[in-house]
Design a protein around this ligand. Structure first.
Ligand SMILES: CC(C)(COP(=O)(O)OP(=O)(O)OC[C@H]1O[C@@H](n2cnc3c(N)ncnc32)[C@H](O)[C@@H]1OP(=O)(O)O)[C@@H](O)C(=O)NCCC(=O)NCCS
Length: 175
């Protein structure tokens, strides 16, 4: 199955990222407050690496983090949301990820986009379970997971950027 080209929700249009999204991606990944749970802002090199991996994921998996846009401004990525595979203590699990520009927090966009991907995972992909892996300090992210019908399943420690980070694995199972 080829990558899905676009997802629509009530208020949002989700499309694949391109190299033209680097500026909007930098506005997210290089903002210190946005990146608290990632132990600080990304450098330009780390941002480029993130974009390169994201572009590669579409061909590899048929999905990945997509650019979330408002229909009135399809060129500007207000956030990124999508399905990736993440390591959960040695097991690859399907995860819905969401990182939004701080300017648009508090409108329900992350939840709306994540719910669309969860529906896609259970429908088109035939997945049985979708995870959200969240650092134990990231309350906003936990609330997105809860609004998506997830429950916390497991606590584990992730080693990332030289730091030991306790994480919670949330998931929702196929209805
Ligand atoms: C995690 C993140 C995406 C959550 O963003 P968010 O805007 O808080 O989440 P939502 O899109 O679900 O919005 C919910 C808020 O919008 C409000 N809201 C306003 N209008 C709304 C509407 N029409 N529908 C739903 N919610 C609405 C809700 O009441 C809620 O507000 P609250 O936070 O005061 O309770 C954001 O904080 C982020 O990008 N963080 C940095 C990156 C990151 O850590 N990502 C997660 C890694 S695991």
């Amino acid at each position: 199955m080829g990558p899905v080209s676009e997802l629509r929700t009530e208020r949002l249009a989700l499309r694949q990222m391109t190299s033209d999204d680097l500026l909007a991606l930098s506005a997210i990944m290089q903002d210190a407050e946005t990146m608290t749970a990632y132990e600080g802002p990304f450098s330009e090199g780390e941002t480029q690496g993130w974009l390169d991996r994201t572009l590669g994921s579409y061909a590899e998996w048929g999905h990945g983090l997509y650019a979330v846009t408002l229909p009135q401004d399809p060129a500007w990525m207000i956030g990124q949301c999508g399905l990736t595979y993440q390591d959960l203590e040695g097991e690859p699990v399907l995860e819905v990820g969401y990182l939004f520009n701080r300017a648009v927090w508090g409108h329900g966009y992350a939840t709306e986009a994540a719910q669309a991907w969860i529906g896609y995972a259970f429908g088109a992909l035939g997945a049985d379970e979708v995870y959200a892996i969240v650092r134990d300090t990231n309350l906003r992210s936990m609330n997105v997971a809860i609004r998506c019908g997830m429950a916390v399943r497991r606590r584990f420690v992730k080693h990332y950027r030289g730091v030991e980070m306790p994480h919670l694995a949330f998931s929702v199972r196929r209805p």
